[in-house]
Ligand binder design. Structure first.
Ligand code: NAI
Ligand code: MG
Length: 357
């Protein structure tokens, strides 16, 4: 059996501390299920590299990545480098040129983790966000003129295409079919009468081909409130780039820590490698201290296994993650005292161990 080729980009700060844990969990799970192994290519692409060599990745970076089956990504960012340099120098070029149009973010409270919601439990907070990842408000279309003068003008145009909305809606309906058969579509079509109304129309069209899934439309402000007051009423949620970006940070907060929020950037056509990453950044304040929570990266690694078709291995990793969240050890952000390595070792040990409950 040929091995899966995984490109590994730990990046900066705590990215370098949490990514090895995710890889260990993947290796262990594939060993237990007796599946194909992974063969990794470690890439030091980062803001550190930018300071050293003038760019975050080499000029043939995307070509080299394209030869892989998937990418496991940590985080980029250093206090001495402007945030947009890190984002536009690495992550956004990958998302855009590989057409990773689905950004998948599970929002679920794990047993043993305290949600800031009074009634936030596994039963009440269990959503799957599907964010459009290539167009919308992040298309970069616009400009500024009379710059610096009192007449200065800035324009930023959101680009919504029928094809773009249709494909993300279709993906969301497919996922909804596998879960509670409910899809919430979030826009702001009372105020944004062109792009948001196109979104609503296209989603309603796609809905006709999924008669077994119940579609509900929410305005984004109401959806934000609903996530807090009635989270159990939301299951699969689909939204444009900006709205889902904001709502999923709220989601991460509801989960109890940014150190738990995972995401997958997917090309469902599988022409390009998909990218799996924790939602959090490089956390410079705690980097180098060995206390970062590796759970978000482990969860992202489970999403990677699922995408590779290794459903059993993915389930093993998720179950181990859930068990360690429930029984400890835990890192400081979720109320414990353990180190990244201790939590990582506990998860890897639990992967595939007999359930003694
Ligand atoms: P951040 O996510 O790095 O940190 C926000 C807060 O959450 C901090 O208090 C941090 O200590 C805590 N935190 C985050 N992840 C944690 C974990 N795994 N365990 C325990 N605590 C954790 O966001 P921030 O501070 O806004 O950005 C820091 C740098 O990361 C910046 O340079 C930013 O541009 C970059 N960044 C990169 C991202 C990426 O590569 N995808 C995403 C977000 C930020
Ligand atoms: Mg965000």
């Amino acid at each position: 059996m040929t091995a899966y080729k995984i490109a590994v980009i730990p990046g900066d700060g705590i990215g370098k501390e949490v990514v090895p844990v995710g890889l260990d969990a993947v290796r262990r799970a594939l060993e237990v299920t007796g599946s194909r192994r992974i063969e990794t290519t470690e890439l030091d692409w980062s803001c550190e590299r930018y300071l050293r060599e003038g760019s975050l990745m080499p000029t043939d970076g995307l070509t080299r990545l394209a030869e892989h089956d998937a990418i496991l990504f940590g985080a980029v960012g250093l206090p001495r480098v402007a945030d947009h340099v890190g984002l536009w120098g690495l992550l956004l070029p990958i998302r855009q040129s590989f057409d990773l149009y689905v950004n998948l973010r599970p929002v679920r409270v794990l047993d043993g983790i305290l949600s800031p919601l009074r009634h936030g439990t596994r039963e009440t907070v269990d959503m799957l966000f599907i964010r459009e990842n290539t167009e919308g408000e992040y298309s970069g279309v616009g400009g500024r003129f009379h710059q610096g003068s009192s007449d200065e003008v800035a324009l930023q145009t959101a680009v919504y295409t029928r094809r773009g909305v249709e494909r993300i809606a279709r993906y969301a309906f497919e996922r909804a079919k596998e879960r509670r058969k409910q899809l919430a579509s979030v826009t702001k079509s009372n105020a944004i009468q062109y792009t948001a109304v196109l979104w609503d129309e296209v989603v309603r069209d796609v809905a006709k081909t999924f008669p077994d899934v119940e579609l509900t439309s929410y305005l984004v402000d109401a959806a934000a409130a609903r996530m807090v007051t009635e989270p159990a009423s939301l299951d699969v949620v689909v939204a444009s780039n900006l709205y889902a970006d904001i709502l999923t940070d709220l989601g991460a907060a509801l989960q109890g820590s940014l150190g738990l929020a995972a995401s997958a950037n997917l090309d469902p056509s599988r022409r390009h490698p998909s990218l799996f990453e924790p939602v959090h950044g490089s956390a410079p304040q705690i980097a180098g201290r060995g206390i970062a929570n590796p759970m978000a990266t482990v969860w992202a690694a489970a999403l990677m296994l699922e995408h590779l078709g290794e459903r059993d291995a993915s389930a093993l990793v998720l179950r181990a993650l859930e068990r360690v969240a429930r029984e400890g050890p835990r890192t400081a952000d979720v109320g414990g005292r353990a180190s990244t390595r201790e939590v990582g070792a506990a998860i890897v040990e639990t992967v595939g161990a007999e359930d003694k409950d």
